[in-house]
Design a protein around this ligand. Structure first.
Ligand code: NAD
Ligand code: WQD
Length: 340
C-alpha cells in the first residue's frame, strides 16, 4: 500500500479523504494538531474502515515535529495538505494567525518534503481565489481577483508559493491544486461529518442545526441580488465526491501523468444553486419545515459563483455523483446522529 500523508486528516474534508484513500488501496497517515477537530473523529474513521489509521498529533508549522513524522514514517509517496484555518470572518479578526498557520504550515511542509525525497503534493485551494468573477461559470483560466478576506489571501499566497518553489532549478515538486467549491454533507454511514465548533458560519450546518432545534431560525443573507430569486448562487459539492477527487489527483501524480509541475483543477458540480434552492431542497429531502427569515446582505459575500467542471472531467476523469437532495439528506442524517 502506498503511504499518503494527510495533514488535517481529522478535519471535515480530510477525514472523508482518509476513508476514500484507504478504500482505494492507499495507507493514509494523519497529521493533525486538533485545533479545529476532535479525536472522536478517529474512532469514526476506524469504525468505517475496521482498522485504526496511524495518527500524529503534530502542528505542521512546527518543522522539527513535522520532520519527526517523516522520520517515523519512511517511504511516504505523497502528501495531501488540508491543514489550515478556514473561517473567513475569524481571519478578518485574527489575520496574523491565519498567515502564520496557513502559509507557515505550507512553508514548513515544502521545506521538509525534499529532505525525504517526497515529490508529490495535493493542495487544498478554494474557489475564494476567484473573488467576484466577471463571468460564470469560472474556469481554471478565470483570472483571480483581490481576495475579500485574509483567509482568501492565504490561499492565493499558497498557490503562488507552490508555483515559485516548483519553478526553481532542480526542483522535483509536483503539485495538483484543487480549488474546492462549497463542500456539504457527510459520509453515508453518518460516522463522520462536519463538526462546526460553536455557531456555524456555513449555510448547511446552520440549516441542519435549525431543523434540529439548536438554532431558532436561519437568516438568509439578502434576497436583492441579481439572481433568479434574489439570493446568492453557489456550487454545493458532496464531501465524499470531493474526497474522491483527491484520490484521482494522487494517482495522477504517482503515475507521473501530470502535464505540468503545477496543475490546477476546479472541484465542483458545475451547477449553481441559490440559497432558497438549498432551503427548499432540504425541506423536501428531510421532510422538515425550516424556520427562516430574509435578512440583510452579509458583507464580503460573492453574489454568484459556480464551477466549470470540464477540466477535472476531461483530464482527471472526475465527475460528481451525488445530487443536492442526497447531499442535504446526508447532512441531515449526520445532524441527527449528533443529537443523540
Ligand atoms: P477543518 O477545519 O475541518 O479541517 C482542517 C484540519 O486541519 C482540522 O482538523 C485542524 O485541526 C487541522 N489543522 C489546522 N491547522 C493545523 C496545523 N497547523 N497543523 C496540523 N493540523 C492543523 O477544515 P475543512 O473544511 O476540512 O478544510 C480542509 C481544507 O480545505 C482547508 O485547507 C480549507 O481551507 C480548505 N477548503 C475548505 C472549504 C470548506 O468550505 N470547508 C472550501 C475550500 C477549501
Ligand atoms: C453559502 C451561502 C451565504 C449562512 C465559504 C468561504 C469560501 C469557502 C466555502 C473555504 C452564501 C448564505 C450562509 C447563513 C445564509 N471556504 N448563508 N445564511 O460564503 O459561499 O463560502 O465557504 O475556502 O472561501 O467564503 O459559504 O456556507 O458561508 O454560505 O444565507 O446563515 O449561504 O450568504 O450565499 P460561502 P457559506
Amino acid at each position: 500500500m502506498k503511504k499518503i500523508l494527510v495533514t488535517g486528516g481529522a478535519g471535515y474534508i480530510g477525514s472523508h479523504a482518509v476513508v476514500e484513500l484507504y478504500q482505494a488501496g492507499y495507507q493514509p497517515v494523519i497529521v493533525d494538531n486538533f485545533s479545529n477537530s476532535e479525536e472522536s473523529v478517529l474512532a469514526g474513521i476506524e469504525s468505517i474502515l475496521g482498522v485504526a489509521v496511524p495518527t500524529y498529533r503534530v502542528d505542521c508549522a512546527d518543522e522539527a515535529a513535522l520532520r519527526g513524522v517523516f522520520e517515523a514514517e519512511p517511504n511516504i509517496a505523497g502528501v495531501i495538505h488540508f491543514a489550515a484555518f478556514k473561517a473567513v470572518g475569524e481571519s478578518v479578526q485574527k489575520p496574523l494567525a491565519y498567515f502564520q498557520n496557513n502559509v507557515g504550515s505550507l512553508l514548513t511542509l515544502l521545506a521538509v518534503m525534499p529532505e525525504f525525497g517526497v515529490e508529490n503534493l495535493v493542495f487544498s485551494s478554494s474557489c475564494t481565489v476567484y473573488g467576484i468573477p466577471d463571468a460564470l461559470p469560472v474556469t481554471e483560466a478565470t483570472p483571480t481577483k483581490p481576495a475579500s478576506s485574509p483567509y482568501g489571501r492565504t490561499k492565493q499566497m499558497c498557490e503562488e508559493i507552490i508555483h515559485d518553489v516548483s519553478g526553481a532549478p532542480d526542483n522535483k515538486l509536483r503539485t495538483i491544486l484543487l480549488r474546492y467549491f462549497n463542500p456539504i454533507g457527510a459520509h453515508d454511514s453518518a460516522k463522520i461529518g462536519e463538526l462546526p465548533l460553536g455557531v456555524p458560519n456555513n449555510l448547511v450546518p446552520f440549516i441542519t442545526q435549525t431543523a434540529a432545534g439548536i438554532r431558532e431560525k436561519l437568516t438568509i443573507f439578502g434576497n436583492d441580488y441579481d439572481t433568479p430569486d434574489g439570493t446568492n448562487i453557489r456550487d454545493y459539492i458532496h464531501v465524499v465526491d470531493l474526497a474522491k477527487a483527491h484520490i484521482v489527483a494522487v494517482q495522477r501524480l504517482l503515475d507521473h501523468k501530470a502535464d505540468e509541475t503545477v496543475e490546477t483543477f476546479n472541484v465542483g458540480t458545475g451547477n449553481g444553486n441559490t440559497v432558497l434552492d438549498v432551503v427548499q431542497t432540504f425541506e423536501k429531502a428531510s421532510g422538515q419545515k425550516l424556520n427562516y427569515v430574509i435578512g440583510p446582505r452579509r458583507p464580503g459575500d460573492v453574489p454568484a459563483i459556480y464551477a466549470d467542471a470540464t477540466k477535472a472531467e476531461q483530464v482527471l476523469g472526475f465527475k460528481t455523483e451525488t445530487s443536492l437532495a442526497d447531499s442535504l439528506a446526508s447532512a441531515w442524517k449526520w445532524q441527527q446522529t449528533l443529537k443523540k
